[in-house]
Design a protein around this ligand. Structure first.
Ligand code: SAH
Length: 370
């Protein structure tokens, strides 16, 4: 298989070049080219001899992601559909804010977690992304926006990062060591994969962990998040406490508000009670974004959302509403979904989670431009 260069450390690139019979010290120039100058083809490496560039162009591939289509919203949000080298497709979102520029990237092609309200969950998992494919989503969007330095990254696109932990960790290290992003500006979001949370705690990185909670009791949470059957709330809260005790970093609990489902005063009191004693935590509420997969879920009224937050806050729990972007182009949380499926694409959960039902793939929703 043709090696893809993005996704390797400078040291690995040096070794790769040596193996190819090329001068190893050129590895540093290569890494600088795509990790800090955001070059996406060999012609951009004018500091490398032409013969070397030609050999690299025939025997390797530079970047794993290429543009398939893009949709832009008036607020500057851009939702990209990216082709991977095996013709799988993923989504990544560019999010310019006033004070920072963030990207939301995918960790898997699809997702095996099958949360009842999430668009990605309807498609099952095709495969994990490699570290290079995770990093390249940011590099691709940075190359599109040379004027604006991307400072923040959230792993809140398609997939469950903590069941692809080795590749996710390698990606975070590359982004820190090679691209120069601060760990403090990286957020990993999980639906509550307890063993993954324990492994991540052991890494002791100053990143932010977000936990998708969505319900304060097991009956409701199991309905929304099938993984709750395996790691119920008690077990999850223990893992959260262990995480904050080990890393001294705050956990953000994500709570998607769905009218009449999990946004009533009853759930607000239960949530306040649940998190009252949880150290170093904050809640982020996200009004449900409609998807074409579930008609029974609706956005709450702003009044209901406000009351919910007031009740939770009365328990001394920090709670804020996530500022939403990209609504009009369905680039908001949980609306990312593989829209162009390769015929015969593998649709299966990882063996570990094979007990979780995986829905049939649905019809494409986006028109590819290319
Ligand atoms: N699997 C990880 C990473 C995906 S993050 C996780 O679940 O945390 C995507 C976030 O968007 C999660 O908090 C998810 O619960 C939320 N989400 C999913 N569908 C949504 C929808 N329709 N509206 C609003 N948020 C949604």
């Amino acid at each position: 298989m043709t090696p893809t260069l993005i996704g390797h450390t400078t040291a690995e690139l040096t070794a790769l070049l040596t193996e190819m019979g090329l001068p190893g010290y050129r590895g540093k120039q290569l890494a600088r080219g795509f990790y800090t100058r955001f070059a996406r083809d060999f012609d951009a490496f004018s500091d490398l001899p032409k013969a070397l560039r030609e050999k690299l162009a025939t025997e390797t591939q530079l970047a794993p992601c290429s543009e398939r289509s893009v949709q832009s919203a008036p607020d500057g949000t851009e939702k990209y559909l990216l082709n991977l080298t095996d013709s799988e497709v993923i989504e990544a979102v560019y999010l310019p804010y006033e004070d920072r520029t963030s990207v939301c990237v995918s960790s898997q092609v699809g997702c095996p977690m099958a949360c009842s309200f999430c668009a990605t969950g309807t498609e099952g998992l095709a495969r994990n992304l490699t570290a290079g494919e995770i990093v390249d989503q940011l590099l691709f969007m940075q190359a599109k926006h040379p004027e604006q330095r991307i400072s923040h990254l959230v792993l809140m696109g398609m997939g469950e990062p903590l069941i692809n932990l080795p590749n996710v960790l390698k990606a975070l290290h590359l982004l820190h060591d090679e691209v120069g992003l601060s760990y403090r500006n990286m957020t990993v979001s999980t639906v509550g994969v307890v063993p993954g949370m324990e492994k991540l705690a052991a890494e002791d990185l100053p990143i932010t962990l977000a936990v998708s909670l969505h319900a304060p009791n097991n009956t409701l949470r199991s309905e929304l998040v099938p993984l709750n059957e395996k790691y119920p709330i008690g077990r999850l809260m223990e893992a959260c406490r262990h995480y904050t005790d080990t890393t001294r970093r705050r956990i953000t609990f994500e709570y998607v508000l769905m009218a009449g489902i999990n946004d009533t005063e009853k759930e607000a009191h239960e949530l306040g009670e649940l998190l009252r004693r949880q150290p170093l935590c904050a809640v982020n509420t996200i009004p449900y974004n409609s998807t074409d997969v579930e008609a029974r879920y609706q956005r709450p009224t702003p009044e209901a959302a406000r009351l919910f937050r007031e009740i939770v806050a009365s328990y001394g729990v920090t709670i804020t509403q996530r500022y939403e972007k990209g609504h009009r182009i369905a680039a908001a949380c949980g609306q990312l979904k593989r829209s162009a499926l390769k015929p015969g694409s593998a649709m299966r959960p990882l063996p570990l989670f094979s007990q979780i039902p995986v829905a049939e793939p649905t019809e494409p929703t986006l028109e590819p431009t290319a």
